[in-house]
Ligand binder design. Structure first.
Ligand code: 5GP
Length: 209
């Protein structure tokens, strides 16, 4: 029914399991493409350059902003994060549903540029679970964990601006992935994503009058 893929922003508390959810979704087929962001933060153990992020210097990041190479960017806990423009536009043109795993500032910017973007927010069942998950990662100091919790507290106020909220329960990853797929499928049938169809129906019907 439509050729261009949808744009799906997936935001959520740091530690809510967005990364695992994205990986699980991508395993389900090549109709999805995940945008690889650029960041100035250091890689965590196990993260690879060009796969999890493009890890760059602040200088390189600022050059990319100036060159207009980013669709959006934001500062999060003292580091820059941004979405490379070209990759997203070409994947969408190929008909892929493109997923942006970005923060709420980025989500708002993207929605302004592409109003048909679907905004999905991922949460843990409760605040205590979020703290436990952040500590369980074992990769960050208590200070960093504290700043991520403070950030989550701010973000929780913004959830109502999103289109959907999904709870990512421990041990329930497949169910959460199913729900995300349902949302993406439904996005293909939004009136705003099918303007050509609606216009052609309108033309055809008016010709019949
Ligand atoms: P982390 O350091 O945990 O990988 O990511 C921190 C936050 O930055 C997360 O909320 C993540 O979604 C967000 N983020 C990652 N990439 C981007 C991006 O390209 N743009 C924006 N605005 N936020 C991003």
């Amino acid at each position: 029914m439509k050729e261009q893929g949808s744009l799906i922003v997936v935001s959520g508390f740091s530690g809510a399991g967005k990364g695992t959810l994205m990986k699980n979704l991508l395993r389900r087929g090549d109709r999805y493409a995940l945008s690889v962001s650029m960041t100035t933060r250091s890689p965590r153990p196990g993260e690879a350059d060009g796969k999890d992020y493009y890890f760059v210097s602040t200088e390189k990041f600022e050059e990319t902003i100036k060159a207009g190479g980013l669709l959006e960017y934001a500062k999060y806990c003292d580091h820059y994060y941004g979405t490379p423009k070209q990759a997203v536009l070409s994947r969408m043109a190929e008909g892929k549903d493109v997923l942006l795993e970005i923060d709420v500032q980025g989500g708002r910017q993207i929605k302004k540029i592409f109003p048909e973007t679907v905004l999905v927010f991922i949460v843990t069942p409760d605040a205590k679970t979020l703290l436990e998950r952040l500590r369980g990662r074992g990769s960050e100091s208590e200070d960093v964990i504290h700043s991520r919790i403070a950030r989550a507290a701010d973000e929780s106020r913004i959830i109502p601006d999103y289109d959907y909220v999904l709870v990512n329960e421990e041990g329930d990853l497949d169910a959460c992935t199913d729900r995300l797929e349902d949302i993406i499928r439904a996005s293909h049938f939004r009136t705003g994503s099918n303007r050509e169809l609606i216009e052609s129906l309108d033309r055809g019907l008016h010709e019949l009058i």
